[in-house]
Design a protein around this ligand. Structure first.
Ligand code: SAM
Length: 258
């Protein structure tokens, strides 16, 4: 792998399939003038074809050896390298109408998605490679086993679409599981509006702490049974069966009664 020893602690699985790389770049559809940031450029499997289509590109990379290579490979000023941890990177400094892409390090995917969700109001779209199992949970509809806190917290801010599956053989080293490409597009402002974000997060976390129990029990300390029913939510419903909009109504009722 171009004599770089992949580092497990940085979740390094490098794309090696030209066909898959082409398909991902086609899904992203980069255009000159786009404001784009790639998380974890690695050995530039996506960076290079993206830069061919863009005027400029920002990247956030944590591995110093890879940063040194990137500086050599792209000596011009079209690539801006931000050295450090994407979990702590302030994406707001890049500007608005931001396009975020990346074959993400799987070991930090959930905290990274939660971090990125806080910048939703300045994002145009996001395209990520993640473990297929994580993508299925992100995009899940109520009623199935995949629907959980991750689904509700992300779908509250984004429309989420699984695009295609990528098999382990497309990477070096090959991961043990399938991966998938996912597209996230921020919902228009006010489409789903929790007036108190902290309240919303608390309701969702509490409900899913015992996902198969009835909401009248799990939410007992937060809301009374008649109030649940008045919101149009059956007190006998379970966390995994109610919609994102139901969680927003619940959170807003709680926030109003604070
Ligand atoms: N984009 C390359 C590709 O598709 O072949 C590499 C993808 S690899 C799965 C993940 C990349 O994210 C690696 O380059 C790794 O060093 C980088 N990375 C890991 N943790 C990171 C973090 N916390 N912040 C920024 N980059 C990180």
């Amino acid at each position: 792998m171009k004599d770089h020893l992949p580092r497990k602690r940085f979740g390094q699985n490098f794309l090696n399939s030209p066909g898959v790389i082409r398909k991902i770049v086609a899904a992203i559809a980069p255009r000159p003038g786009d404001l784009m940031v790639e998380i974890g450029p690695g050995l530039a499997a996506l960076t290079e074809p993206l830069l061919q289509a863009l005027d400029r590109l920002h990247v956030v990379e944590i591995d110093r050896d890879l940063i040194a290579r990137l500086k050599q490979q792209f000596p011009g000023d079209s690539l801006t390298i931000h050295e450090g941890d994407a979990l702590e990177f302030d994406f707001a400094t890049l500007g608005a109408d931001l396009r975020v892409v990346g074959n993400l390090p799987y070991n930090i995917s959930t905290p990274l998605l939660f971090h990125l969700a806080t910048f939703a109001d300045r994002v145009r779209d996001m395209h990520f490679m993640l473990q297929k199992e994580v993508v299925d949970r992100m995009a899940a509809a109520p009623g199935g086993g995949d629907y959980g806190r991750l689904s509700v917290m992300l779908q509250y801010r984004f429309h989420i679409e699984r695009l295609f599956i990528v098999p382990p053989g497309a990477f070096t080293p090959a991961p043990k599981v399938d991966s998938a490409i996912v597209r996230l597009i921020p919902r228009p402002a006010m489409e789903l509006n929790a007036i108190d974000a902290e309240c919303f997060s608390r309701v969702v976390t509490t409900a899913f702490s015992q996902r198969r129990k009835m909401l009248r029990n799990t939410l007992r300390d937060l809301i009374a049974e008649p109030a649940l029913a008045a919101l149009g939510i059956a007190p006998t419903a379970r966390a995994e069966t109610i919609a994102v909009a139901d969680y927003v109504r619940l959170a807003n009722a709680l926030a109003a009664g604070k």
